[in-house]
Design a protein around this ligand. Structure first.
Ligand SMILES: *Cc1c(COP(=O)(O)O)cnc(C)c1O
Length: 459
């Protein structure tokens, strides 16, 4: 062991007083820099004690290490990425991209106090839900509305309100599991209801529902089979018939619509999905849907329906635990306002914009990226398909154009390279080639995509 080397170890105070370290501490955090300096010197001491030769130019090496460690700590965990997967409602990538107005709405209420739960006309306590209730009523035709944390919470709350301690009749064909941890039977258990399964996986008739109803029945539940389809020899009961049955027996019919859409998207090549407006018009008593799936808003669960039942939901004690923050309300209000002009919404709400974007428009973006690539022989613009995602439209795809890259090394290595960029680009691999679907890449991101591809190719 080199005694001299130990004695020559830099002192923490001296290091912290050096210009470079002082600057780093000022621009980041004094405490963080101090901890890393102490750690670095400590490590060096251990190395020397174990007989290793001292590091030459210790302070320079230390600075590099400290800077790296501090910037790692200071870096945001949650940060933007470029979605080149073509999956529009990508749950892992944050689902919906919000309308521009949502950003402004958030800014308006976040740095200041707001009338979140304050009725400006009376000066008394108000309800946070009122800020979006009226617009939801207008857009869906419902008698009342409220918003909770997400659709899973909305379903739980509806069930807990109408079915606590009672039975809920559900078709065996609709015992859905949604990605992650949402399973109808489990949600039912948490809500205090008892599941009464009727029919079979592929066929459920009205008489099955009728047979499942007894004196303890609290509700009939219809669940949208969002992420799968039962095909072939099948039968499910139209919600109109369930409503007629419910009326006859004086039992509310509630529907988990899953994604829920306010607009008919069949003109854009997607299959027919019932809109929220249609389901309300049919007379479903309570309907829930997601805020961040096809609606294109913030994470939220929206409940609309008959006033009688909405009032019951509003006085459910569970609501307190599922309530939304002002940020959700601000962003949701901005999203819903875009729908006051449905044609405009198709351009302004990013989710809708990406769904309704024509293949020609996407091709232009792909070609623009292609032009910027240095190694042109490695890229091509080819046809492919995009998915809607978010567990919606499991069978539908949209024709698209992708930038197809044939990397020198493996496709996985190239995709990893893109993912490790400062602004990560998430691509998909198809037949040993890397595909970047330009449907989900925004105009403003094209330049970063070009630079990203070029830099990974040069590596
Ligand atoms: C997506 C979905 C849910 C869960 O909605 P979140 O908003 O993700 O909580 C529940 N039910 C159905 C049918 C769904 O499609």
């Amino acid at each position: 062991m080199d005694k001299n080397a130990l004695r020559n170890l830099p002192k923490v105070d001296d290091v912290m007083n050096r210009e470079a370290f002082r600057k780093l501490a000022l621009s980041t955090s004094f405490d963080l820099v101090l901890i890393e300096v102490q750690r670095g010197i400590q490590n060096e001491r251990k190395r020397i004690l174990s007989g290793e030769p001292p590091v030459a130019d210790m302070v320079t090496v230390l600075y590099r290490e400290v800077e790296k460690a501090v910037s790692r700590t200071m870096a945001y965990g949650l940060r933007p990425v470029i979605n080149a997967t073509g999956i529009i409602i990508h749950t892992n990538l944050g689902r919906s991209v919000l309308v521009e107005e949502a950003g402004r709405a958030l800014e308006r209420v976040n740095g200041r106090y707001s009338n979140l739960e304050f009725d400006l006309s009376t000066g008394k306590r108000g309800l946070r839900y009122t800020h979006v209730e009226e617009i939801l009523m207008r857009l869906t035709g419902a008698e009342g509305a409220l918003v909770v944390n997400n659709n899973a919470a909305a379903v739980m709350l509806m069930l807990s309100t109408v079915a606590d301690g009672r039975e809920v009749v559900v078709s065996r064909g609709e015992l859905v599991e949604i990605g992650g941890s949402f399973r109808v039977p489990e949600v039912m258990k948490i809500s205090g209801g008892t599941l009464v399964e009727v029919g079979t996986t592929n066929k459920t008739h009205l008489k099955d529902y009728a047979g499942g109803i007894g004196p303890g029945t609290g509700a009939i539940l219809k669940v949208h089979t969002s992420n799968y389809r039962v095909m072939g020899f099948t039968k499910s009961v139209p919600v109109e018939d369930l409503i007629a049955l419910g009326r006859e027996r004086d039992i509310p019919v509630i529907e988990d619509l899953g994604s829920g859409t306010l607009l008919d998207l069949t003109p854009y090549g997607l299959s027919k999905e019932p809109t929220v407006l249609e389901q309300v018009a049919k007379g479903v008593d309570l309907i829930s849907f997601s805020g961040d799936k096809l609606l294109g808003g913030p994470q939220a669960g929206i409940i609309v329906g008959k006033k009688k039942y909405i009032d019951q939901v509003k006085s459910n004690q569970l609501l307190r635990a599922l309530r939304v923050d002002k940020m959700t309300i601000a962003a949701l209000e901005a999203t819903l306002r875009a729908y006051l002009d449905p044609e405009g919404a198709k351009k302004r709400v990013p989710t809708l914009r990406m769904i309704t974007m024509s293949p020609d428009e996407i091709k232009l973006k792909a070609e623009a990226v292609c032009r910027g690539i240095t190694l042109k022989e490695r890229v091509a613009v080819v046809e492919d398909v995009s998915q809607i995602g978010g567990g919606t439209y499991p069978l539908d795809t949209l024709p698209t154009w992708v930038l197809q890259i044939t990397p020198f090394k493996g496709a996985q290595g190239f995709a990893d390279g893109l993912r490790n960029l400062e602004v990560p680009i998430i691509a998909r691999i198809k037949e040993e080639k890397v595909h970047l679907d330009c449907r989900t890449i925004f105009e403003e991101e094209l330049e970063a995509v070009i630079q990203g591809i070029n830099s990974v190719m040069e590596d």
